[in-house]
Design a binder for this molecule. Structure first.
Ligand code: CO
Length: 152
C-alpha cells in the first residue's frame, strides 16, 4: 500500500469526466487500498480517483459513524430533502464553503469484486457521497459553494 499525492485545484484531470471501471482486477484492488491509505493519512472524509490522477468512476468514503465504503461506477438513484452547511476538499486545501446538498441519497455501486450494492446515506454521509460523486464529473464543491473562506 502507498500514500498517493493528492492533486490540487487547477490540475486538469480534476475537471475531466471520469470513465467507468471495466475490470474488477488486482489493479482496482491496489488503487482502492492506496486510496484508503491516502484518505486515512490525510484525515479526510472522502477521496475520488481523479484526485490521485486517475479518471475512473471510483471513490472512497470513511466516516467515524458509518464506517469505510468503496464505490465503483456509482449511480445516484434518488435524492430527497436538503441540507446546507460547510464543506471542504482535500484538493482545495485550507478552504471551506457552504454547499446545499440533499439530506438523503440512494446510491447503487459496485464493490471491488464487482458485486453490486445499494445504500442510503443520510446527513453528512449524503453530503460526502454527493461531493465525491461530483468529482467523477469534474465538478469541485467550490463551483457550488457560497461564502468560500480560509480555514483558520
Ligand atoms: Co473533494
Amino acid at each position: 500500500m502507498a500514500v498517493l499525492p493528492i492533486l490540487q485545484y487547477g490540475e486538469k484531470i480534476l475537471r475531466e469526466k471520469c470513465v467507468p471501471v471495466e475490470k474488477f482486477d488486482l489493479n482496482l484492488a491496489t488503487l482502492l487500498d492506496n486510496m484508503h491509505e491516502t484518505l486515512t493519512s490525510a484525515k479526510g472524509a472522502g477521496l475520488a480517483a481523479p484526485q490521485v490522477g486517475l479518471n475512473l468512476r471510483v471513490f472512497v468514503i470513511d466516516l467515524e459513524e458509518e464506517g469505510y465504503f468503496e464505490f465503483v461506477n456509482p449511480v445516484i438513484l434518488g435524492t430527497s430533502g436538503s441540507q446546507y452547511g460547510p464543506e471542504g476538499c482535500l484538493s482545495v486545501k485550507g478552504k471551506w464553503g457552504d454547499v446545499k446538498r440533499p439530506k438523503k441519497v440512494t446510491v447503487e455501486a459496485y464493490d471491488r469484486y464487482g458485486i453490486k450494492f445499494k445504500l442510503v446515506g443520510r446527513d453528512f454521509f449524503a453530503r460526502a457521497i454527493m461531493h465525491e460523486y461530483d468529482h467523477l464529473d469534474g465538478i469541485i464543491y467550490t463551483d457550488k459553494a457560497d461564502n468560500i473562506r480560509d480555514d483558520i
